[in-house]
Write a protein that binds this ligand. Sequence first.
Ligand SMILES: [Ca+2]
Ligand SMILES: [Ca+2]
Length: 506
Amino acid sequence: MWWENAVFYEIYIPSFADSDGDGIGDIEGIRSRLSYLKAVGIDAIWLTPFYPSPKVDNGYDVSDYCAVDPQYGSLEQLMRLIEDAHQLEIKIIIDVVFNHTSTNHPWFIEAASSKESLKRDWYIWRDSPNNWESFFGGSAWSFDEITKQYYYHSFAKEQADLNWQNKEVKQAVLQVIQFWLELGVDGFRFDVINNLTVNDQFSDNPIGEDGRQIHRYDVNQSGIMETLKELNEWIKEQNPEVFTVAEISSDNLSLINSYTDEAHFDTAFHFNLGSMKHLDLQNLQKLTKEFQEMSKQNKIPTLFFNSHDMSRSWNRLANNDYSLYQLFAVFVLINRGISFLFQGEEQGAADYEAQSFEDIRDIQAKNKYREMLLSMSEEQALLEANQVNRDRSRGMIAWNNDQDAGWIGIGPRNPEADHILTLYKQLIQLRKEEGPFQTINMIKLQEACLSYQTENLHIILNFGKRKVQHPLQVKMSTLFGRGTLSTDGNLVQVPPKACWIGKEHL
Ligand SMILES: [Ca+2]
Ligand SMILES: [Ca+2]
């Protein structure tokens, strides 16, 4: 399938490219950058939500699934974007958020209007709340004054969870998917898919030893699998080439993989790389081996160190060091798996840092700040909030050095941006020439040097401060990077913080 060796590029629309100077990235901004993206070499774009939304959670609170938020443009502009992208052989997948709707969605407004509403059962209502906590903090239940019942929201109170036990909800969702397939969309990224169903006994969640709630009854409920299977089968019936990727809010690989097995999502996001808090080579090796096991079972991993939900790898993993940064680029692009780049990554964009509470846009960071302020100073609360602030990777892309800030500040432009862009282009080109990469073998970690083999390429990533000598089993030539082969070809020396890619001649 087209996606198995593809390079995806995630676009977080408000921060990507602003075409009309109102400080908010938009559809036309993306369209104006299509030739740039083609030159980078990407195969597909993943668009984060562009739907009309009150933006309590940056667009993941949708109030109309079949329209474009006027802030970003119009449906006609989006259709032109899809058309132009297809002209350049770039595919487009879109984010779909079916765990919940905005409380401003007509479905919820109707459901909340009366207990007798025909859509009442499309959401989850109870006379009294249980102890379930929202993933954004606080109770997951909010009281509705008009009908005197509580509705359930696993995230913000403005994001009411849909009741997936209700057949009409499933039907309505299929109609939304049909709408986008008819407009030519090539695939879907399903948001928080493991939150779809809750336990219908509504038992209280247990509390762990650390005093925090264990989400036992509100996520990963077994009832969901059959529904997801139906959903995916229906999509593939419409068009077998449509790509589906699930977001599972977990870093438990066997749990994640259970969704790509029974439920037949083509793949799921493997956050294990992306959520790594700092460079941890033992862990990187372990994950690579787990990905190898997955590949043996015909499951294809997703490879990414960046997304709109986490601090950028430039700061978090590479510690502002170009030499280290390039090693992550090689890992993501010259490897078995689907590569997902996040906007600006190919230019080494750095984290945007909020300087005050007023600068914060992320609801999670705002909540954290308010919580911390109860026990510490404003400065300390800001520091704590910035530790979880999803704004860090959502700064406006600095296309040039004299750009004005927009709805959010600018992610600092990397002084080595041009250099990094060239590197990404070269690696993507190499991926296309040497791929498809179907296998991964010979994964080794020696001191700070990770090596592996994919097809007939041998990749050595030396994260350490010392030069390494690496024995080679077969005769190879240098394809990329800075290694020195011994005259007999049995050994390669790789300098500190450098990579080498050798090619075995078959
Ligand atoms: Ca704009
Ligand atoms: Ca749910």
